[in-house]
Design a protein around this ligand. Structure first.
Ligand SMILES: [Zn+2]
Length: 260
């Protein structure tokens, strides 16, 4: 009987450790991967990715992206004690790719192809805060599933991540390129990242109303050249409606942040 109780306690302890409360939304997520393991996967995948991509050297654009990113990152850190962020903001010189993503550990990428869609800093903050929202909510490891995680972690512990495993990690975080398969986020993940993103941008001093303008314009872009981000971040008509419901509370946060 006593052994049984100890066993039960151990099971409960593992379960509690695996319960992650998502900032802003307060949703309970069941995640078997530790933050340290998740971060190791993110960093490995990021390094593999960077060696296959062209990094932009334009100082003004890099500086703009980094400045916005750091403001969002500061807010994200307030809500995620113990997440061990090592922020890095990279602009990839690829005008054909309208995309952005954030890997665990805080490795953020913005492609030059998405810049024409972001008409001002608040709209670029919308994109970056949304991607950081996915990472903060740990959507990638949550949807990779236990089986994939066990395989991937096996090789991380063994030596380094193989290309195939990096591919799995990147696919899970919406990192798309001609080299790698992409896996779309679920609609629920999208709503959650939108909600977290709008909260973070408002607290960082960016007008959250610009988020609605950005997504309206971006989703309308369509035609024959659907921006890549829309294939990894599926949208529907409800998305804008939901964004509008998040607006009033975030306008308050924004006013407080900018001292109005
Ligand atoms: Zn998304």
């Amino acid at each position: 009987m006593r052994n049984f109780s100890y066993l039960s306690l151990a099971v409960i302890a593992i379960f509690l450790e695996a319960c992650y409360t998502v900032p802003v939304t307060g949703r309970s997520a069941f995640i078997m991967t530790s933050v340290a393991q998740e971060k190791a996967l993110g960093l490995e995948a990021y390094n593999v990715y960077k060696t296959n991509s062209v990094v932009l050297t334009d100082y003004a654009i890099n500086n703009r992206v980094r400045t916005i990113g750091q403001r969002i990152a500061k807010i994200a850190e307030q809500d995620t004690p113990g997440m061990e962020w090592e922020w890095e903001f990279t602009v990839f010189n690829d005008s054909q790719t309208a995309n952005a993503w954030c890997l665990p550990g805080g490795k953020v990428a913005v492609y030059t192809g998405i810049l024409p869609y972001a008409k001002n800093d608040a709209q670029l903050a919308t994109v970056m805060a949304h991607e950081i929202g996915h990472a903060v909510a740990r959507h990638g490891v949550e949807r990779m599933g236990t089986e994939t995680m066990v395989n991937v972690l096996g090789s991380v512990i063994g030596s380094s991540v193989s290309d195939a495993n990096s591919e799995a990690v990147m696919a899970a975080y919406g990192v798309g390129s001609s080299l790698f398969v992409t896996l779309p986020f679920s609609r629920d993940d999208e709503y959650e990242a939108d909600r977290i993103g709008m909260n973070f941008m408002a607290r960082a001093g960016y007008d959250p109303a610009e988020a609605i303008k950005f997504w309206e314009n971006f989703m309308a872009a369509g035609g024959s050249s659907v921006p890549e981000m829309l294939s990894t971040h599926p949208s529907d008509a409800n998305r804008i409606a939901k964004l509008k419901t998040y607006l009033p509370e975030n306008e308050e946060l924004y006013k407080k942040a900018v001292g109005k």
